[in-house]
Design a protein around this ligand. Structure first.
Ligand code: FEO
Length: 394
């Protein structure tokens, strides 16, 4: 591992985790991740911005050694989650005079999670500044990106925003800076969907605030550094907006082929009406890709067979997750089949209580889809087109 200079006197001292494949035992990490920490040398004081996941404490330690740092005066914690704060107890032992700089809510959570003593903290409020001599840190308290204690740290003289989770993405790469914006866009959109989408209402205000800062770089705590902040700020402005696209996402499971036939017919019917369609067979789907697909569409149609008396458990899981992520979808429906009855539609509709959707008339069939089923799917495609036209998105 090597530390690297971002600008003169500001060093990346984090850790790359090429092998990590899951986060929170939930989120797949096809590109690994990084835990970025940054060392800032001022003429009088030295500050470390965030730490690393405890599994990578050796990397942080060796990177700090390579910067020849003898003393750290301040350790700024932007977010209490352990992938950024977990090495704090070790650092406080190694640097006994270091002061933890964070907001009150973050202090509370760090106490609970890591048992950090009260007397090691300097508590900051929104807009507070901290001088390092010739450099100044300014703090913005930004709750719910994605925990209640999150904050941003802005290095004024160098116009760098240390945004922790916000504006980052899971990618382990030897590139210090984003090298491929198209690839970064896809990874950042997926990350936004998995982590930030439920909080888009709060994030909208933070994006506006950051847009008005003089800004040369955004240095997040996951993924490479962004030297074109407008790229990610414009992307976020689109994602957090209320505007939806002329798209239908169809997460589905099919046990004996009936639901798959229905999904196939509906997909063709929607394409014929000029609507973008993204079917996801949940037995073969990376759940992060499904989350990413939920950022834009106006409509979701859930396809399910009936297992015992309700939807397939994998459909229940995906519906639960989609509901928790609170995408800005406007319309939902259910299609699928049953053998002898059941309450698949009612169960799914009840699960969508976090999203404000209009439920369009479902299409359920007993056994194999017949002519009436296909007509029902054509009618559903017409209903979706009509609703999308009303939104002026076709
Ligand atoms: Fe990267 Fe919320 O931790």
């Amino acid at each position: 591992m090597v530390s690297r200079e971002v600008v003169k006197g500001v060093f990346w001292v984090g850790a790359l985790d090429f092998d990590r494949r899951i986060f929170d035992e939930l989120i797949p990490l096809p590109e690994g991740t990084s835990y970025n920490a940054y060392l800032i040398r001022g003429s009088e004081k030295t500050a470390l911005i965030d730490t690393v996941d405890p599994s990578k404490e050796d990397d942080l330690a060796s990177n700090l050694i390579m910067t020849d740092v003898n003393q750290i005066d301040y350790i700024v914690i932007n977010h209490a989650e352990q992938d950024h704060s977990g090495t704090l107890p070790l650092l406080l032992e190694v640097y006994p005079n270091a002061v933890v700089v964070t907001n009150e809510k973050c202090r509370e959570i760090l106490n609970v999670l890591l048992d950090i003593p009260h007397d090691r903290f300097k508590i900051i409020k929104d807009g507070d500044t901290l001088s390092l001599g010739d450099r100044t840190l300014e703090f913005f308290i930004t709750p719910w990106t994605h925990w209640p204690e999150t904050q941003l740290t802005y290095l004024r003289e160098d116009q760098i925003l240390f945004s922790c989770d916000l504006f980052g993405f899971h990618m382990a790469t030897s590139d210090l800076f984003i090298a491929d914006e198209a690839a970064a866009y896809q990874s950042a959109k997926r990350y936004y969907a998995e982590i930030m989408m439920p909080f888009r209402g709060s994030i909208r205000g933070y994006v506006e605030k950051v847009k008005h800062l003089p800004l040369l770089m955004i240095a997040p705590s996951h993924g490479p550094i962004n030297r074109n902040p407008a790229f990610i700020l414009d992307a976020y402005a689109d994602w957090v907006s209320d505007s939806v696209k002329n798209e239908v996402v169809i997460p589905y499971v099919s046990m004996h082929g009936s639901t798959e036939m229905m999904v196939g017919h509906l997909t063709k019917a929607l394409i014929a009406r000029g609507i973008t369609v993204k079917p996801f067979n949940l037995t073969r789907t990376d759940i992060g890709e499904l989350a990413k697909a939920l950022v834009d569409p106006a409509t979701v149609v859930i396809g399910t067979p009936t297992v015992l008396f309700g939807p397939h458990p994998q459909v229940v899981y995906a519906t639960y997750l989609a509901n928790m992520l609170k995408p800005k979808i406007r319309f939902a429906s259910v299609i699928g089949s049953y053998g002898w009855g059941g309450k698949a539609v009612e169960t799914i509709a009840k699960m969508l209580d976090h999203v404000n959707v209009e439920v369009l008339e479902p299409v359920m069939v007993k056994g194999l889809p017949d002519e009436a089923t296909l007509k029902g799917l054509d009618r559903l495609a017409d209903d979706i087109l009509k609703k999308h036209k009303e939104l002026n998105i076709t």
